[in-house]
Design a protein around this ligand. Structure first.
Ligand code: 3HC
Length: 685
């Protein structure tokens, strides 16, 4: 296969990059384009040059797999400098997603034509980087500082229509991109249009523009180093010459590429894609067609799940017991769409169209045509078994029967049906239409075809999927319960609610454990523990939770929980101190000063240890899957790369040492080190 080829079309040279799957700008691509460019630049018969890509997209960026390896010339910045200086009109023809270095290549060209469905963006911040091939210097020159900051610091791609509005795209193609690019280029030549170098443009902005922007995004970028570096690089574009600005950008990029943040964020990028690779499943595995979906249960979870499919244009039948409950579920979903309309994200017409795909019913006979049925009823194994018996009777042959249980034994649920191979867990996280994680739980009998189908469906609805085996709580809630256990014990041992929450927030979690419990509802955990065998969890750790719920204090929804809530404001709940004293005394726990470091390590190392056990037991396929679950499900800071990557970063040895010390101090009931961690610590010595 020729990675870079050139064809001459009358007086226009077309350089085509063909480097599947996403035309990443690998060394072979860079050198191929450089050679081709030199040839056609000096060819007297060539008046203009087009750069276009084969396959599904224009270049999606630098080749991330080359980061951290010795650099190979020509570098991307050198190639783009070469493009910038070409003395003939150079046109980028973009389709798919021109991202990162790919978009920087387009900005190094003199004109851009975009397919109407194409997107452009600089998502480097998502990898803990800043654009390193001129993006921070050229984009503000082309579209102004504010718009450029928005694109570079959020990393969000924009549509062709927006790119045209901002002046990025000179032309939009609604037909065949290559023919339209040739026509556009011919017009440029006919009209004698000059070479338009973005590097020749000037850009200015006041310092307030930068400080205001930083204030606006401060919450979103908390803890990350790349966004701040990106703001500084754009600022450099307004203060330095183009060449000096490029050097400033390059220096920042080089520092970031070796930072622990970027290493962690790149790990997460590949981990999310790796999670979809399940042994025994490949492109040849057959999948079932999913054209209609049903959801059993119209509570918050069921409605959130339904929205995922409605958003993709799939008809959804939602089953609720009574007419009143059906009406409430319909309204709940309609309200979410109305809120999108009021925020300008959806038109009233789109809302109505989407809602027309939703049918509510109480009769299971209405499920006869559904290809995928997801149960989201009360978290009680007996109730779920009853539902599955009814589904077995009502669903057509070949329908996939899924449960949204967050911790129950799906093997047991599957066994009440006559078709356990069609049963699988689809564990969504609340709010189900927003949270990115989908934990796919395969039972002992789930068929490969069913698993492959739901992996495909996960991708369709934009979720990050991870496959788990069956165990109490699967990957996500099993780990989270260890994390919560330590927070509960620390409270009894002497730390305050605020101290624990602040320590975890400062570690980088989106919120502390107790704020999270108040938000989700403390009663949910209490109900979950009622399904757990006595002795399978540390009862002491949850005494306060139980007492709060028993007194009607369930968290935000009741105005009181670990905190007192008034609207968006929260304050300490004075009752907690009394409860802590009472339970500490009854359980002979001596209260003491607890350091921030101990809070952080007890909570985080508990979940790390459990994560390794989950891998060694084969519940998770690989370590990186556990990282994806805790990042996408619970907001573990992406710049730390998930709990198990973090353990590697701080040292398996150190992690094991502390876990062993905790076992000595607090007993080895919960702190027995994972065998896998012991093995890794030995190997890394
Ligand atoms: N480098 C190397 N491999 C890449 C890559 C890249 N830039 N982008 C994607 N890939 C690989 C993926 O790892 C995956 O490999 P696999 O099949 O072995 O798992 C394969 O390409 C397909 O990727 P996806 O599964 O993600 O395919 P989608 O169609 O779902 O998404 C995409 C395509 C939107 C392009 C998505 O892959 C993506 O967002 N890629 C990263 C884009 C990016 O961050 N670019 C900036 C890179 S940094 C840079 O350019 C620095 C510069 O400023 C100097």
């Amino acid at each position: 296969m020729t990675i870079v080829s050139t064809e001459i079309n009358k007086n226009i040279a077309v350089i085509t990059i063909d480097n599947p799957p996403v035309n990443a700008l690998s060394h072979a691509v860079r050198s191929g384009v450089s050679v081709a460019l030199k040839q056609v630049s000096s060819d007297q018969d060539v008046a203009a040059i087009i750069i276009i890509c084969a396959g599904r997209t224009f270049c999606a960026g630098a080749d991330i797999t080359e980061f951290g390896k010795p650099p190979m010339d020509p570098s991307l910045p050198d190639l783009i400098a070469e493009m910038d200086q070409v003395n003939k009109p150079l046109i980028a023809a973009l389709h798919g997603t021109a991202l990162g270095g790919g978009f920087e290549v387009a900005l190094g060209c003199h004109y851009r034509i975009m397919d109407s469905h194409a997107k452009v963006g600089l998502p480097e911040v998502n990898l803990g980087l800043i654009p390193g091939a001129g993006g921070t210097q050229r984009l503000p020159r082309l579209i102004g500082v504010e718009a450029a900051l928005d694109m570079i610091v959020t990393g969000k791609p924009i549509s062709a229509a927006k790119a045209e509005k901002l002046g990025i795209a000179n032309k939009i193609s609604h037909g065949d991109l290559k023919s339209d690019a040739l026509e556009f280029t011919q017009d440029l030549l006919t009209q004698n249009k000059p070479v338009m170098r973005i590097s020749d443009l000037d850009v200015k902005a006041s310092t307030e523009v930068f400080s205001d922007f930083e204030k606006k995004v401060s919450r979103r970028i908390r803890g990350f180093i790349a966004p701040k570096a990106a703001i500084n690089a754009v600022k450099a574009a307004t203060e330095l010459s183009f060449e000096e600005g490029l050097k400033f950008e390059r220096d920042q990029f080089k520092t970031l590429v070796n930072s622990s943040h970027s290493i962690a964020q790149r790990h997460m990028f590949f981990a999310e894609r790796m999670a979809l690779k399940v042994p025994g499943i490949d492109k040849s595995t057959s999948v079932r067609e999913i054209n209609s979906v049903a959801v059993i249960g119209g509570g918050i979870m069921g409605c959130g799940i339904a929205i995922n499919f409605l958003n993709k244009g799939l008809p959804v039948t939602l089953i609720e017991i009574s007419e009143e409950a059906q009406k409430a579920a319909f309204e709940r979903i309609a309200n979410i769409y109305s809120s999108s309309v009021s925020k300008g994200r959806l038109s009233e017409q789109q809302k109505e169209q989407t809602l027309s795909l939703l049918i509510t019913a109480s009769d299971y006979a209405k499920l006869a045509n559904a290809d995928l049925i997801i149960e989201a009823v009360f978290e009680d194994i007996e109730i779920k078994k009853q539902v599955f018996k009814k589904l077995d009777d009502a669903a057509k042959a070949g329908a996939i029967l899924a449960t949204n249980t967050s911790f129950l034994d799906i093997n047991e649920i599957a066994n009440v049906t006559s078709r356990p191979a069609d049963v699988i867990g689809l564990h969504f996280f609340s709010p189900a239409h927003i949270m990115p994680l989908l934990e796919i739980v395969r039972t002992e009998q789930t068929s490969t075809e069913v698993l492959a189908t739901v992996l495909k469906i996960g991708k369709l609805i934009g979720k990050t999927s991870v496959v788990s085996g069956v165990c109490f709580g699967f990957i996500a809630n099993r780990m989270s319960s260890c994390y919560g256990r330590e927070a509960g014990l620390l409270l009894l041992e002497g730390a305050s609610v605020e101290q624990i929450d602040n320590a975890l927030y400062d570690f980088g979690m989106p919120m502390g454990m107790f704020s999270m419990l108040d938000m989700a509802g403390i009663d949910i955990g209490v109900m979950a523990r009622q399904n757990m065998a006595a002795g399978s969890y540390d009862e002491k750790a949850f005494l306060i939770h139980d007492a709060l719920v028993a007194s009607g204090q369930k968290g935000q929804k009741t105005g009181s929980g670990f905190y007192k809530h008034e609207g968006r404001n929260k304050s300490p709940n004075p009752q907690i101190e009394q409860l802590v004293e009472k339970f500490a005394k009854e359980n002979n726990i001596k209260r003491r000063e607890i350091t921030i470091k101990e809070i952080e390590e007890r909570c985080i190392f508990a979940l790390i240890n459990e994560g390794f056990k989950i891998v060694e037991e084969g519940i998770a396929i690989r370590q990186s899957d556990v990282d994806v679950v805790f990042n996408c499900g619970f907001g573990f800071p992406r710049y730390k790369g998930g709990p198990l990557h973090y353990a590697e970063q701080i040292g398996f040895d150190y992690t094991l040492k502390r876990i062993t010390e905790f076992a000595k101090e607090h007993g080895d009931r919960w702190w027995t080190p994972s065998d896998l961690l012991i093995k890794l610590a030995k190997e890394n010595r």
